[in-house]
Design a protein around this ligand. Structure first.
Ligand SMILES: [Zn+2]
Ligand SMILES: [Zn+2]
Length: 240
């Protein structure tokens, strides 16, 4: 099979005012994604570097417009930028509440939130609303339909000999009859296949480096086969 050529970051896709920019998605390093419409701005998976990238690229005005953060799972390469982002919003004297959506059972986000409240609670200029997602019900935020769906991601035990399933989600965002499906980190997943199909854009991880890691991630071949069922797709999270 002919493999698609891999793009360089940032990856950008736009249909009218429906816009997404992937600043980075490198396994064990960082992921960082901005999704905007004329009415809203979301951050998806604020990994390390997201504040620097956003500040450089779109600046404080757009950062203040962010209404919601979507977390696919608690691995550090997807949440490493949460602390600095939350701090910076207070520096900017944000007033409106910020919602953080994450898979129920994701202890990392709850722990960061609790520690953050302990350190900055008194001086915080805005409220943070944690929104654990326990089911796959769709909801609408600022005219964007959000469909969370569970995927199939695991982490290795400390000795590296076994793995456990962790709470992990993909998200399908639909706006103005266009859709973007982001699978987060996942091994082969029937849900990802279902929600990718027919999407205007699919963002699919291809993080497997060898046969052993296909329990955790997908190979480029698996990811491409799923991506091809969307109108366009990006392969992300490919080891560098
Ligand atoms: Zn990852
Ligand atoms: Zn992961």
């Amino acid at each position: 099979m002919k493999l698609p050529s891999l793009h360089k970051y940032p990856l950008i896709w736009r249909k009218d005012d429906f816009f997404i920019k992937i600043y980075c998605s490198i396994p064990n390093v960082a992921t960082g994604i901005l999704l905007t419409t004329s009415k809203t701005a979301f951050i998806i998976d604020p990994g390390d570097g997201i504040l620097r990238d956003l500040n450089q690229d779109v600046g404080p005005e757009t950062i203040l417009r962010v209404s919601d953060i979507f977390i696919s799972h608690g691995h550090h390469d997807h949440i490493g930028g949460v602390w600095s982002l939350l701090t910076y919003l207070s520096v900017l004297r944000r007033k409106s509440p910020l919602a953080i959506y994450f898979p129920q059972g994701c202890v990392e986000i709850v722990s960061i939130y609790n520690a953050f409240k302990k350190v900055y609670g008194k001086e915080l200029t805005y409220s943070i609303i944690l929104k654990p997602i326990a089911d796959e019900k769709s909801f609408t935020k600022n005219s964007v339909r959000v469909k969370p769906f569970s995927v199939n991601h695991r982490e290795l035990s400390p000795d590296g000999h076994s793995s456990i399933k962790i709470p992990s989600l993909g998200f399908k965002f639909t706006y103005d009859s266009k859709s973007i499906c982001y699978g987060g980190d996942t091994a082969y997943s029937e849900n990802l296949i279902k929600y990718t199909k027919g999407s205007d854009l699919a963002i699919i991880e291809a993080g497997a480096i060898d046969e052993e890691s296909i329990e955790l991630h997908m190979t480029i071949e698996q990811a491409s086969n799923i991506g091809l069922t969307a109108k366009e797709y990006f392969l992300v999270h490919v080891p560098e």
